[in-house]
Design a protein around this ligand. Structure first.
Ligand SMILES: [Zn+2]
Length: 293
């Protein structure tokens, strides 16, 4: 998560791939190895195995969503860069993102880095204890999270094709990207969710004092706040996603598509859009949104 805040409004249809963007040149200026595929990969040498595994997950998710929603053709490229080659010009190390058709992830985050960067430091022992309870090696946690994040970022790219007008605001963009990843892993790779949900639940219960808590503060500090505060938002949004996903036979993306055809969402605020969604989701959205006033 800590995610694709840069995506919004930056994905410009098929032309994205026709011209070289600033990010294309920036990534090409780094020392990387190119791995061909439906999702081309540029990776810091030494991290090929990890990059290939993410490439395969993204390709699988692309196939899953292209067959689920007709008329969609998702294009993306993956960059996996270590801290020495990171795109600090865009955002600090650890902030994963999607921009200009690229999905960009860090190559060398181990368990200790994970704890430090993403806000688990003051309850690392609880995280380890919870892993122990279900026989999970804590060293697998970063892998689970980044697997999830690969599809979250792909979700940012893909939703701009499905809903031409785009989705307004960070809250809904992040929620939609999270539901795209959530559904994909629940249905296709549930083993990844074990470590990811454990991280989410431990964080949700134990990280209780974020500097920023409202959606206005999120907008004002997007991409600039401490990563752990950004994780607080993402893990909160994911608890909402857990509830949304439990509502059977309602597809959030199709709801958005319908709402965007019937309303001018860009002129509506988050609470107004939330109340439209409540009709399909038994009031879940308004209940969660009241937390971020
Ligand atoms: Zn995101």
């Amino acid at each position: 998560m800590k995610t694709a805040f840069l995506i919004i409004g930056l994905i410009i249809g098929s032309n994205t791939f026709a011209q070289q963007t600033y990010l294309d040149s920036l990534i090409m200026s780094k020392k990387t190895k190119h791995i061909e595929g439906i999702i081309p990969v540029y990776v810091t040498p030494g991290y090929e195995a990890k990059a290939i595994s993410w490439q395969s997950t993204i390709t699988e998710a692309k196939n899953y969503y292209e067959s689920k929603y007709k008329g969609i053709s998702i294009k993306a490229k993956l960059a996996v860069l270590d801290s020495a080659n990171w795109t600090n010009e865009i955002v600090g190390y650890g902030y994963t993102y999607a921009r200009d058709g690229w999905i960009v992830l860090p190559a060398d985050v181990d368990f200790n880095d994970y704890v430090r960067i993403y806000g688990f430091s003051s309850f690392k022992n609880i995280l380890e204890k919870e892993c122990d309870k279900i026989g999970l090696d804590p060293n697998e946690l970063p892998g689970s999270m980044f697997q999830f994040v690969t599809v979250h970022e792909l979700g940012h790219i893909f939703v701009n094709q499905l809903i031409k007008e785009g989705i307004p605001g960070e809250f809904f963009n992040e929620t939609v990207a999270n539901i795209i990843a959530w559904e994909f892993f629940k249905k296709n790779k549930p083993e990844v969710m074990k470590g990811f949900e454990l991280s989410m639940n431990v964080f949700f219960k134990n990280y209780t004092n974020p500097k920023y808590k409202t959606l206005t503060e999120l907008s004002e500090n997007y991409g600039k706040m401490d990563m752990e505060n950004y994780c607080w938002y993402q893990f909160n949004f994911l608890k909402l996603v857990e509830e949304i996903y439990a509502v059977k036979d309602v597809d959030l993306l199709l709801c958005f598509k319908k709402l965007s055809q019937e309303n001018n969402l860009k002129n509506m605020n988050v609470v107004e859009i939330g109340s439209l969604l409540d009709k399909y989701y038994n009031g879940i959205f308004s209940r969660w949104l009241s937390k971020y006033n």
